[in-house]
Design a protein around this ligand. Sequence first.
Ligand SMILES: NC(=O)c1ccc[n+]([C@@H]2O[C@H](COP(=O)([O-])OP(=O)(O)OC[C@H]3O[C@@H](n4cnc5c(N)ncnc54)[C@H](OP(=O)(O)O)[C@@H]3O)[C@@H](O)[C@H]2O)c1
Length: 238
Amino acid sequence: MDIANSTVFITGANRGLGLAFAREARRRGVAKIYAGMRNTAGFNEPDIIPIRIDVTDKASIAAAAGLAADTTLLINNAGIAELIDGPLSGDVEEQSQRLFDVNYHGVVRVTRAFEPILSAQPQAAIINVLSDIVWLPRPILTPYAASKAAAWSYTNQLRFHLREKGIQVLGLHVGFVDTDLTDGIDVPKASPQDVVRQTYDALAAGRSEVMADRGTTVLKSTLSADVPGYITPPEGVI
Ligand SMILES: NC(=O)c1ccc[n+]([C@@H]2O[C@H](COP(=O)([O-])OP(=O)(O)OC[C@H]3O[C@@H](n4cnc5c(N)ncnc54)[C@H](OP(=O)(O)O)[C@@H]3O)[C@@H](O)[C@H]2O)c1
């Protein structure tokens, strides 16, 4: 996709990776950038248009799609994470419902609302922000991992389904990134700027997925091994 000539709509764009996507789009000369966010008060970024959207609220999604009806690139970025004791924890069901509502159903809702807009464009694309967690056993992130794995699966179905309409669908997989989401977790983290640069480059090159850090690249390379990384993670990845 020709990013400079696109009109971008990003969910969760008031901070973190979403804001980095918006700023990098501006740096690349994108003419119109819609920054979707739950609360637009106080958002003040030159040449970036704030639009209210809560991905758990269908009315707000429909209103946002109405205001951004010239979107050609949708970035499903909004997401939440929570830690848990493990897969057998007493609150696993409740937490899963909360995380699926945003990380999976949110992606589905927003994609369904914007698809008619994208289908009407001569060139259009969708980026779904996923994670290395779809292939990584990390029990303290069980509901998060399941919600992202569901979003990954949806991304694969969507890509194939939209192929004949010429809509490019790109999945972004990455490990820890330095945003509020990983505050207090003392591990090496990728920079949001580097992740979004790689993602736009992959989109421009016509690719379907991007592994935006070394750990995720190594992890994915194990998927066809006798003992893939989701059974025993490769050295240095966990
Ligand atoms: N950071 C990482 O290590 C990492 C790694 C892999 C993938 N990711 C993914 O990257 C994406 C962005 O995360 P981040 O690291 O930038 O986290 P972040 O700094 O915590 O930002 C999360 C964003 O999502 C928004 N959001 C949450 N719930 C929402 C809802 N119901 N409706 C609309 N927006 C909502 C937040 O808005 P508010 O400000 O209103 O809360 C915020 O803008 C997420 O999908 C996350 O799963 C992150």
